[in-house]
Design a binder for this molecule. Sequence first.
Ligand SMILES: NC(=O)c1ccc[n+]([C@@H]2O[C@H](COP(=O)([O-])OP(=O)(O)OC[C@H]3O[C@@H](n4cnc5c(N)ncnc54)[C@H](OP(=O)(O)O)[C@@H]3O)[C@@H](O)[C@H]2O)c1
Length: 241
Amino acid sequence: MNIGIIGAGPIGTTLSQHLFNTGHDVKIADARSIKKLEGKDFKGKAVTFEEVIQNIDVLIISLPFHVVPTIKEKLSQLDDNTIIVDTTNYYPFRDGNIQPIEDGKVESVWIAEQIEKPVIKAFNNLLARTLQTITSADGSKMAMAISGDNQSHKDVIAEMINAIGIDVVDNGDLNNSWRHQPGSPAYCTELNKSQLERALQLADKAAAPIHRDEVMNHFRPDMQHKDIVAMNRKVYDADTL
Ligand SMILES: NC(=O)c1ccc[n+]([C@@H]2O[C@H](COP(=O)([O-])OP(=O)(O)OC[C@H]3O[C@@H](n4cnc5c(N)ncnc54)[C@H](OP(=O)(O)O)[C@@H]3O)[C@@H](O)[C@H]2O)c1
């Protein structure tokens, strides 16, 4: 497929590598300037924003949550048949307080409303480091949750994810995607498929933001990846899945 990625952070660059290596035609853009891509470790072609949305089957948006509304006008040239994937997560310390989200609006529903286009939520519930190594905490095959309202679009994205060696759990429509938002047992806890299915069922919408902030309070920049995953599993109640 022809795939465009907007955002060259750890998730965007890691995805560019996996998707290039699994045979896709990949191009990647920064939302501000092509110059921002210099020195970054991605695969595929570095292009401008205007170019990245041309002639693609899938557009992956991988930006800080609060930045997404700023690209709405630029996305108006996007073909209506293009599948849009939203990888974002809301963190108030980084994104500022966004009142509708604080009041319980589902994060990717807000994103879809902001850009006035449907999205599939995927790649939000694995840490970038997990996505690089693709092994779960117990060594079994890693699984990822996806949500969205268009089943044929979800099937395309699920096939793309399977090809890079990750199992997929279809979590239903976009409105249900709060089950894999930050603070939930499914969020960045490195689960296999059956564990992830249970985690999605156990999600508690009211508790998740509290658990998310608890993890951020304990986070230290010098933590090892395995310690971050262990902390997530403990605080998000994923240890016994
Ligand atoms: N990191 C993870 O483990 C992880 C896991 C799952 C989901 N996510 C979510 O996926 C999204 C991408 O995360 P990420 O960690 O890969 O990268 P990120 O730090 O959110 O940055 C993504 C891209 O956005 C650019 N950017 C930063 N500030 C910007 C601004 N004000 N305007 C326009 N572009 C800006 C970054 O450029 P610079 O590099 O120049 O700053 C980078 O190209 C986020 O919503 C995040 O919550 C992250």
